[in-house]
Design a protein around this ligand. Structure first.
Ligand code: ZN
Length: 344
């Protein structure tokens, strides 16, 4: 699959997903407006008509945040509808600031292609939206790139960069559903202070977050009473599966062998129930990532790699996360938490 390095046509991958559905429904004769990327009432009623005649895709309301779920599933049901998937024309777009060396940019490009083919082959995940990745070195560069290429979550990305980019690690990433931003700390160059394998793991990890967002629908604006768990599942699974997949794809280790790999990196037993909310990411970082990945390794070793795909797809269909968990893994979360504790 040839990746494309270019300037995106639309700044927001959410509008691209809406335009995808508009084109799909227009081809089926259910919509006769423009493919302008706006989730108008005309599109919403066309989506409702599609679901009535062809079967439901999701109980989620059709809007900017859920459009990718519809675009993707219409293409999964009918191959000819994949021509409208933004990923068909451009699987990914890599945007690098001038300060990023070619070797690093090439490695990120290769790792992105590797992620997408491994996801398809091993996890049965076909992404419908283009994966946008920007790489920079300073908060100012990240602000500039997000201003040009990605309007959404710009404030969040810039804030993240201001807080973490220079101080944390030599290479780090963040995904905001529709945009991955990678930061290289100034002095580190590929091969000198920055290991190729590490870059590869960070990229696969972040591209898997993009896959989660495309399977479950992108993060919607939460009401005060809602928790992020409602749309993305517990944070130990969000980070644990990204970490599990990163290791699985880059090292080829099986889920069974990763159980002991992650177990060896934990000093004490994490309490998974405390790791459901995204705030846990800050308070129990190692537990969320490695404890979560240990949990995911156990789940995948029992139910197979495609169980992760089924779980995130069910969230996109509007299924409550605990119900989706029980369906994908054949065990309620409470029971799994107990078994996890016993086996630790
Ligand atoms: Zn992550």
């Amino acid at each position: 699959m040839a990746g494309v390095i270019a300037t995106p046509a639309l700044a927001d991958s959410r509008s691209e997903a809406v335009a995808c559905v508009q084109n799909q429904l227009a081809t089926m004769g259910l919509y006769n407006g423009k493919a302008d990327g706006r989730a108008s009432s005309a599109v919403r009623s066309a989506v409702a008509a599609y679901q009535t005649s062809k079967g439901a895709i999701s109980s989620r309301a059709f809007d900017l945040d859920s459009a990718i779920v519809f675009c993707r599933h219409i293409g999964l049901r009918d191959k000819s509808m994949r021509q409208f998937w933004p990923s068909t024309k451009r699987p990914y777009v890599i945007i690098a600031s001038d300060s990023i060396d070619k070797a690093l940019k090439d490695e990120v490009t290769k790792s992105t292609a590797l992620s997408l083919s491994a996801f398809r082959r091993t996890y049965g995940i076909e992404l419908a939206n283009t994966v946008y990745i920007s790489i920079g070195q300073t908060p100012r560069e990240m602000a500039e790139m997000t201003r040009k290429h990605h309007q959404r979550n710009r404030g969040d990305i810039v804030k993240y960069w201001t807080e973490r980019c220079d101080t944390k690690a030599n290479f780090t990433g963040v995904s905001y559903g529709g945009m991955i931003a990678l930061c290289r700390d100034g002095p580190a160059t590929l091969g000198k202070g920055l290991a190729r394998n590490y870059v590869r793991q960070v990229v696969v990890h972040e591209v898997f977050h993009e896959a989660q967002a495309q399977l479950s629908g992108e993060p919607r604006k939460l009401k005060r009473s809602q928790s992020a768990v409602d749309w993305q599942g517990p944070v130990w699974m969000v980070e644990g599966s990204a970490e599990f997949v990163a290791l699985n794809v880059t090292t080829g280790r099986s889920a069974g062998s990763l159980v002991s790999w992650f177990r060896a990196r934990l000093k004490q037993r994490p309490e998974l129930i405390l790791l459901e909310q995204s705030t846990a990411r800050e308070y129990f970082t190692l537990d969320v990532y490695y404890g979560g990945a240990l949990g995911v390794s156990r789940l995948v070793s029992r139910s197979g790699t495609k169980s992760l795909t089924r779980f995130y797809e069910m969230l996109g269909q509007g299924v409550d996360w605990e119900e989706a968990f029980a369906k994908a893994y054949g065990t309620p979360t409470g029971q799994f938490y107990k078994a996890y504790a016993r086996a630790f």
